[in-house]
Each structure stands twice: as C-alpha cells, then as structure tokens.
Design a protein around this ligand. Structure first.
Ligand SMILES: Cc1ncc(C[n+]2csc(CCOP(=O)(O)OP(=O)(O)O)c2C)c(N)n1
Ligand SMILES: [Mg+2]
Length: 301
C-alpha cells in the first residue's frame, strides 16, 4: 500500500470519529485519534484471507481493515445496518467474513481468542495469518504471557501488535509495567519482535510487512510494538487526566499531520476532502438505517 493510501485510510478514520464525537447521541466510544497509523500500517499488510482482532478501541481498526464505513457507523449508532445489526457497537463490532474477527472489550481478552483463530488456520492448513491488536494495558495480563507461550510452542501464524500509547485510562505504563519496551516480553519465548514509531504509518507498514512475511513463510508468531499517542481522553465519558502541556506535546506527534507534511499539502488536501465526503456519506447512509429494536436485542441475549 502506498503512503498516500495510508494517509487516505487515516483521514477516513479521523473524519468518521470527529463526526461521531460531535453528536449528542454518540454513545460510549473509545477513539483512535493519534493511533490511526498503527491501524492503517498494520492493515496495509493484511489480505482478504487474514483475520484481525482488536480491543474495544475498534473504530480505526475496523475502517482500516476495509469494512464498509456506512455499516461501521450504523453499528456504532445502534442501527440495523451494522455488521452485527446494531447490537454490538464499538465494543463487540465484528465481521469475520470481511477478515475482522472483532473488537473485544475485555482488556487482553482478544489474545487467547486470536490464538484459537490462528490454531484453526493452522489445523485447516489455511495460508492466512491472524493479527491481534491490543494496548499496553494488556501487556501485564496473564493472558498475554500464556498466549505468547502457546503461540511459540505451536508456531501459530499470529502477529501480536501492541499499540503502546503509554496509558491505560489514567495509569501510565511506567506505573504498571516492569519492562520499558513491551516488545521485550516476546523475546524469552523466541518470538521475533520489533519496536517501531507508531506515529509513522509507513514505518509501521514496513515493520509489520517484515514480521508478517516471516509468519507467512512458516516462521511462527511475531510481535510488533508500535509506540503511539492517544491524542484525546480515554473515552467519551473519561476525564482527561493529562496536563495541557502534555497534550500539546502529544499533538506535535499527530501521525496524520506527520504524513500530510511528508507528502505535501497538494496531495493531502484532496485526500482530506475525499475523506470528509466519504464520512458524510457514511453517516447519511447509516442514519437511514432503522434502529435495532427491543425484540432483536432480546434475540441476541
Ligand atoms: C479485564 C478488564 N479490566 C478493565 C477494563 C476497563 N478498561 C477498559 S479500557 C482499559 C484500559 C486499557 O488500556 P490499554 O490496553 O493500554 O488500551 P488503550 O485504552 O490505551 O487503547 C481498561 C482498564 C476492561 N475493559 N477489561
Ligand atoms: Mg494504552
């Protein structure tokens, strides 16, 4: 995927989230602003036969994976036009037929499920790989260490990707994580690991491509740590716990501004306009979709 295509993907994610954030009925959301380069760079190396699992911070990963933006927005607004007919929302959004095995709201809960999907690929001799995207908050969880162990032992086709934005809600990584580099957790298991600047989309793509190639060649699991930034509060209902000075420093690392500057305004401006138009169209289509009914919600329970 070209650098311009990465920027197009990131701009769409930002445009959709900005429109959602502006709505009084936006619901409880976790936005990816600042982390779009991780989603775009990772998804650039995934093909139709691969599967992606992510955390509850799922909007950019779902859009970057290529899900229909109108369907994603419908799901977020609780409309029946969503892939889960509006019953899953951000926390459980899934469309396995599109290579998106889903969002998992339980921190670290996606890891062992991803190992199961990778085991199913291996058992069926399917050529694809499974990527699991999680935060630094999952890095101290037992599920990560158990999954690293079994993935290494069974040589599962699994790409671990940690978007290390340095925060779990209001807890800094330094307060809950012993190693300074999350990627170091993979090394005792013999799993190839790399750390990359997660605000540099082409660098994420290139690092993910190298690790994915090793997995596709039968080399077993790999681990990518993308050092990212969370530009906004943890969620739409969380108070910002960082200072204005902290936020200003983070804003200077905005991955979209970075790639826009690298590619030049002549290229970035039309991409921005196209992303805005695509996001507007997605909301129009989603709003025309009926809300999920109470009956349907009962069916799902
Ligand atoms: C097992 C579990 N504990 C607590 C929560 C509440 N929770 C939701 S997101 C979050 C922080 C996760 O931090 P991180 O993994 O770094 O992801 P980020 O929010 O930075 O994307 C927490 C504690 C949860 N969803 N699941
Ligand atoms: Mg985090």
């Amino acid at each position: 995927m070209s650098d311009a295509a990465l920027l197009r993907t990131m701009l769409l994610c930002r445009a959709v989230e900005a429109r959602l954030a502006a709505r009084p009925d936006c619901g409880f959301q976790l936005f990816s602003a600042g982390e779009e380069a991780v989603a775009a760079g990772l998804c650039a190396v995934l093909g139709p036969g691969d599967q992606l699992l992510c955390s509850g911070r799922s909007i950019a990963p779902a859009l970057a994976r290529g899900l229909d933006p109108a369907a994603v927005v419908a799901e977020l607004l609780g409309r029946t036009g969503g892939p889960c007919r509006g019953r899953a929302g951000r926390g459980h959004l899934a469309q396995p037929s599109a290579g998106f095995f889903g969002a998992h709201a339980v921190v670290a809960g996606n890891l062992s499920i991803a190992a199961g999907v990778a085991l199913a690929f291996q058992a069926a001799a399917r050529p694809g790989i499974v990527a699991v995207l999680f935060g630094d908050g999952a890095a101290g969880a037992g599920a990560l260490h158990e999954t690293l162990n079994i993935a290494a032992l069974w040589q599962l086709p699994l790409l671990f990707v940690c978007s290390n934005n340095g925060w779990s809600i209001s807890t800094p990584a330094a307060a809950h994580l012993a190693p300074a580099r999350v990627a170091d957790l993979a090394r005792p298991f013999g799993i190839p690991a790399a750390t990359v600047d997660g605000t540099d989309a082409p660098a994420v793509r290139d690092a993910a491509a190298a690790l994915a190639a090793g997995i596709r060649a039968g080399g077993g699991p790999a681990f990518l740590e993308a050092v990212s930034v969370r530009l906004g509060p943890h969620s739409t209902s969380a108070r910002e716990s960082r200072t204005r000075a902290d936020l200003a420093a983070l804003a200077a690392r905005d991955p979209i501004a970075r790639l826009s500057a690298a590619l030049g305004e002549a290229l970035a401006a039309p991409l921005r306009a196209a992303a805005d138009a695509a996001a507007d169209a997605a909301f129009r289509t989603a709003e025309a979709s009926p809300p999920a009914t109470a009956d349907e919600l009962d069916d799902a329970a």
